[in-house]
Design a protein around this ligand. Structure first.
Ligand code: NAD
Ligand code: UD2
Length: 309
């Protein structure tokens, strides 16, 4: 039935709340399961079609209750901090892998088959550095965060083979946009740089600033997620989500300076341990299966939206 809600775990977070907005705009009702550890109620609209269930994906009974009556799942809930997983591998494992298993079990019990999963480019580790990474690039997770993302992918594939689930697994590269919380030191670099620049606070670059990332605007990402929810069938195989564009932190800072008309002091510190130097997505499979906005949101346009310019 069209009015059965879409379950969005982590839906009060950065990506999740942007997805909730896109789902509402398409007439869906949404149930959000979120423990508000980094997500915020304020990220969600006051709309009767949005139900917020405050709870933990590590709690099987809680996930089962949230799954009841839903038509599909977008599983975004996780401790999205590499550093936190290094410092507390057991604690973050509860959210980042046990949570995925609880989602799979609840889907099986409730007869829900479509699930979208937020994996990460982190599963590639340093493999493919300096070239466009495609989905056949061998995985080499370097942290508990990346290991739990990769393990989640394998569990979802088990539930596909054994129980008929239809997982659409996306390896997000670096997502930015409104509601990425700059307050956390482990938030995305664009949210930290723009948040500090707007307040005139000094910016710290970890390394020489020549490291590159494949940044994609959150609005473009959620368009793909909605298409994947509505696709008649889900093709097998994980999908990289990026623009196949490498942007260095120095280029990022220049773009921020252009949009804001200047920058605060920028200092260069030691590189962050475990940091990947270059990351760029071969997004051929993404473009083959889904449609990005034409043209995709450029860094300048994305920053202008983020900074309200
Ligand atoms: P976020 O921290 O804003 O969102 C995560 C949400 O999950 C938050 O609302 C948080 O409160 C919730 N959450 C965390 N642990 C939970 C638990 N145990 N039970 C219930 N809810 C819980 O981060 P985000 O950037 O929106 O990330 C969303 C997903 O995308 C995550 O799985 C993350 O690993 C993945 N991802 C993000 C990026 C990126 O660049 N932002 C890149 C790759 C993958
Ligand atoms: C990784 C994953 C990403 C996501 C994220 C979750 C890759 C390529 N990316 O993001 O998919 O899963 O983890 O946390 O695996 N930096 C500074 N100054 C700051 C903040 C960051 O210089 O104040 C640097 C940082 O050292 C890094 C770059 O900016 O070189 C990007 O850091 P990030 O935390 O935004 O994202 P990243 O790539 O570690």
């Amino acid at each position: 039935m069209a009015d059965r809600p879409i379950l969005v775990t982590g839906g009060a977070g950065f990506i999740g709340s942007n997805l909730v907005d896109a789902l509402l705009a398409r007439g869906y009702s949404v149930r959000v399961l979120d423990n508000l550890s980094t997500g915020k109620r304020a990220n969600l609209p006051d709309d009767e079609r949005v139900e917020l269930a405050v709870g933990d994906v590590a709690d099987a009974a809680c996930v089962r209750r949230a799954m009841s009556g839903c038509q599909a799942v977008v599983h975004l809930a996780a401790v999205a901090s590499v550093q936190a997983s290094v410092e507390d591998p057991i604690g973050t494992h509860q959210s980042n892998l046990i949570g995925t298993l609880n989602v799979c079990e609840a889907m099986r019990a409730e007869g829900v088959t479509r699930v979208l999963f937020a994996s990460s480019a982190a599963v590639y580790g340093n493999n493919g550095e300096g070239e466009a990474i495609d989905e056949s690039t061998p995985t080499a997770p370097l942290t508990p965060y990346a290991a739990d993302k990769l393990a989640s992918e394998h569990y979802l594939d088990f539930y596909r083979r054994q129980h008929g689930l239809e997982p659409a697994i996306f390896r997000f590269f670096n997502i930015y946009g409104p509601r990425q919380d700059p307050a956390s030191p482990y938030s995305g670099v664009i949210s930290i740089f723009t948040g500090r620049a707007q307040k005139g606070m000094p910016i710290s670059v970890f390394g020489d600033g020549e490291q590159t990332r494949d940044f994609i605007y959150v609005g473009d990402l959620v368009e793909v997620l909605v298409q994947a929810l509505e696709a008649p069938v889900v093709e097998q195989g994980v999908v990289n989500v990026g623009l196949n564009q490498a942007t260095s932190l120095k280029q990022l800072l220049a773009a921020i300076g252009d949009v804001l008309g200047g920058l605060p002091a920028v200092s260069y510190q030691a590189p962050r341990s475990g940091d990947i130097r270059h990351s760029r997505a071969n997004n051929a499979r993404l473009l083959q299966r889904y449609r990005l906005p034409e043209p995709p949101t450029s860094m300048r346009a994305g920053l202008a939206k983020l900074l309200g310019r």
